[in-house]
Design a protein around this ligand. Structure first.
Ligand code: SF4
Length: 377
């Protein structure tokens, strides 16, 4: 939307003076929903003349709530807005801000065909669909030609990517080829990173691609776990057991020993006992994640888990989240420690740089933003 509006001659203005304010909303937790409503109220109050466009997942789920706030509010999907803003345009739009960015997200997929019992996102985003291979390649090529050094593939269920016979591993292989062709001189070619991938989508083909790409496809995977208790996973309608997840991690590590793994965990899902939580703590330690994103369970209306009578007390959720976050900090430290002295390509972004294994470090002196440099961790 940003790129399309800029291409049409729009310019940023202070919110008090803007003609149009776009509020991009999230609905993943009740807290996110609250923030979305607050942001729209704020936009209406700060500027009594602006049109306020509300988009994103909270807008998709609670269209009526936002429309009722003011006649100046218009609820629209991102796709509608993108099409409207880029009408008549043939060339792919580079989604890069005014300041040159070295890492860009490339959306290759949207929606999800699953129905985890705590999740509202699959309702907000609809069925799984993939961006056509040619469109993905065209956009990636434009970024690479503009000097982007890391392309992060994004989607709601990225492992479900499919266009004809092209699945995610084939798509990544095509993008790596593009990156090879775009690069020149002594500098390292751009790399590809997969943002988040469900355990069921990590197959042998993808693991072997990680091996063969030798770091060009970052040896870092974010694989949502959600719980280390098979009982809780079943009630969440996640299609794997704790043991299957553990076995998957072992398999990835045996083929790609330097892999960095991060994950999401929900604590305090309805019916989660102390024993279930202990199993989660044990599994995350065994898997040796380099980063944990811990979410206290958030009751989302319209999901099966929200109706359960055995909701976990919020003080218990808070305390479990704190325990798990402490474990996450220890794991992050030991992952970095285990890499000490190892050479990794790091992408310089201003004062910091990002290693292939997703550790953020201070950028070495003398390096420019956008450089991909080999450093000892
Ligand atoms: S995989 Fe589950 S948690 Fe993720 S978007 Fe789909 S339904 Fe939601």
């Amino acid at each position: 939307m940003h790129a399309a509006l800029m291409a049409k001659g729009a310019a940023y203005a202070q919110e008090e003076a803007a003609d149009l304010i776009i509020v991009n909303t999230c609905t993943v937790t009740a807290e996110a929903d609250k923030k979305a409503r607050k942001a729209v109220h704020h936009a209406l109050a700060v500027n009594p003349l602006a049109k306020v466009v509300v988009t994103g997942c909270a807008a998709a789920i609670s269209q009526d709530v936002f429309n009722a706030m003011s006649p100046r509010v218009r609820v629209a999907s991102k796709l509608e807005l993108e099409m409207e803003f880029s009408e008549g345009r043939q060339e792919p739009l580079l989604r890069i801000g005014d300041e040159f960015r070295t890492r860009v997200g490339l959306k290759v997929q949207d929606g999800c065909d699953h129905a985890c019992t705590y999740c509202i996102v699959h309702v907000a985003r609809g069925k799984a669909r993939s961006v056509g291979v040619q469109d993905v390649v065209r956009e990636a090529r434009a970024y690479l030609q503009a000097g982007v050094k890391e392309i992060v593939l994004t989607g709601i269920d990225i492992g479900a990517y499919q266009d004809g016979t092209t699945r995610l591993p084939e798509l990544v292989a095509l993008l790596l080829k593009e990156a090879d062709e775009a690069h020149s001189g002594d500098e390292a070619p751009a790399r590809i990173r997969i943002s988040s991938i469900e355990p069921r989508s990590i197959d042998d083909e993808l693991i072997e691609l990680l091996v063969a790409a030798d770091g060009r496809l970052c040896r870092h995977l974010h694989v949502p776990l959600q719980s280390g208790s098979s009982k809780v996973l079943r009630e969440m309608d996640r299609p794997y057991t704790a043991e299957e997840y553990r076995a998957l991690v072992q398999k990835i590590r045996s083929r790609v020993p330097s892999i960095a793994l991060s994950t999401d965990v929900i604590v305090g899902f309805p019916g989660e006992t102390d024993e279930d939580f202990d199993e989660t703590c044990k599994l995350v330690k065994d898997c040796g994640f380099m980063r944990l994103h811990v979410f206290p369970y958030s009751r989302r209306e319209g999901t099966p888990a929200a109706d359960r009578p055995d909701q976990v007390d919020s003080a218990v959720k808070k305390s479990r989240a704190a325990t798990l976050r402490d474990i996450g900090s220890d794991l992050a430290r030991s992952d970095l420690e285990s890499r000490k002295g190892r050479l990794e390509y790091c992408l310089v972004e201003e004062a910091t740089c990002l290693s292939e294994s997703y550790h953020e470090m201070e950028a070495p002196t003398g390096c420019k933003p956008g450089e991909l440099v080999q450093l000892a961790l």
